[in-house]
Design a protein around this ligand. Structure first.
Ligand code: GMT
Length: 370
């Protein structure tokens, strides 16, 4: 597994997939620049190989992709790898192609599976300076997956892809949710039992954090509610400033980055995800799996996850008035809220890991037999 080790969704999917494979007895080697955040403590069959970037003074831009490719070659040879699964096109897929070519020179076959996650296609892919490399890396992979039908069609639109792309959605691991909600934590955020509205992300512009704040502000005009913000990133300060400007900062708690987002989700009543673009929306799935309905935009792959009027509601990007109206519809009446909570859980069930893992295993078998 080659992935980003940070809090982003692609790293989470890669890590949970690797952990699930290892639990079935497969040997899984993670190759990345620091321990993946969701890896946890020691587990049998899991190994981690750190990619170290050279700090040679000549390098204004240390060549991560090259050391990554070299590390893939080393790990493949030392451990007799059957295949390499890279998550996020840049630079993982192109580095894997380099590693594959080097190994081929020595008569070693290393099939590559590339999983496209979203911003590698929808944001970076639109940058012409990356386009030829991404197209080449996708077409050179032995198999390519995308996390939604929408991402598959965006990829086909933006790149000269000759590969068939398999859609394998994000998933959740039910065992992670068998936690009792932390009542002390809930009380701290909502001392009088006010409904808790949560947003979790990396606070990048694509997440439209200010829409989260504005939607919440409109909801406060109708209901006594609290906002819980989890994560950190470039838009955090702007969000804090907006809360002060709107005079709602006493109703908002910002936790920053947390290792296990399930803990805050288990005390939440509603999840907000007003993203500009979202190839799947893993955070929304994790909310639903915690029994939390979702108010989201209707962009990208979100309509493939969030069922209108069932697991929550969707609105056009930027339509904070509609999002607030929908949130009030769900939160105003405890019976309606319970109904949405139950149907969010049921919708999430369709994305359980035991339903999704066989799809990856089938693909691994297919590329290994080629
Ligand atoms: O947007 C993020 O939170 C990070 C990003 C990533 O690649 O790490 O997430 C993308 O991949 C996730 C896992 O497949 C998807 O669930 C997210 O929708 C996708 N983010 C975007 O498309 C903006």
């Amino acid at each position: 597994m080659v992935c980003y080790p940070t809090f982003g969704g692609s790293g989470v999917v890669a890590t949970e997939l690797g952990k699930a494979l290892a639990a079935q007895g497969h040997e899984v080697h993670f190759i990345t620049y620091s321990t993946p955040v969701r890896l946890g403590s020691f587990r049998p069959n899991i190994f981690y190989h750190e990619v170290r970037v050279s700090d040679y003074p000549l390098f204004d831009y240390p060549p991560y992709e090259l050391v990554l490719a070299s590390k893939m070659v080393e790990v493949a040879k030392d451990n007799n790898l059957d295949l390499i699964h890279v998550h996020y096109a840049i630079p993982h897929a192109s580095a894997a192609v380099t590693a594959q070519n080097i190994l081929a020179e020595e008569g070693i076959k290393l099939p590559i599976i590339t999983t496209l996650h979203g911003t590698d296609i929808t944001l970076l892919g639109k940058d012409p300076s990356f386009e030829p490399v991404i197209t080449y890396a996708i077409n050179s992979s032995d198999a390519v997956t995308a996390v939604s039908e929408n991402l598959k069609s965006e990829t086909n639109k933006l790149f000269g892809v000759i590969q068939e792309i398999d859609v394998i959605p994000n998933f959740f691991c039910p065992s992670h949710y068998k936690l009792a909600p932390n009542e002390e934590f809930r009380k701290k955020i909502s001392p009088e039992g006010q409904p808790i509205i949560t947003h979790i992300s990396n606070f990048r512009p694509v997440k439209r954090i200010l829409d989260v704040v504005e939607t919440f502000f409109l909801i406060t005009k109708e209901l006594d509610v609290r906002l819980l913000l989890v994560g950190d990133g470039p838009e955090r300060s702007a969000a804090e400033m907006k809360c002060r400007e709107l005079g709602i900062d006493d109703k908002v708690v910002i936790l920053g980055k947390v290792k296990n987002p399930i803990e805050p989700l288990l005390v939440s009543d509603l999840f907000l995800l007003p993203s500009e673009s979202e190839s799947f929306g893993l955070a929304a799935l994790e909310a639903m799996a915690s029994g939390v309905p979702v108010i989201s935009s209707n962009t990208g792959g979100l309509p493939e996850l969030n069922k209108q009027g069932v697991s929550g509601f969707m609105s056009n990007v930027g339509d904070v008035v509609d999002m607030a109206k929908n949130a009030v519809t769900i939160l105003r009446n405890p019976e309606i809220l319970s109904k949405f909570k139950a149907s969010s859980l049921m919708r999430a069930e369709e994305f359980r890991i035991d339903l999704v893992l066989p799809k990856y295993l089938a693909l691994y078998k297919k590329v290994s037999a080629k």
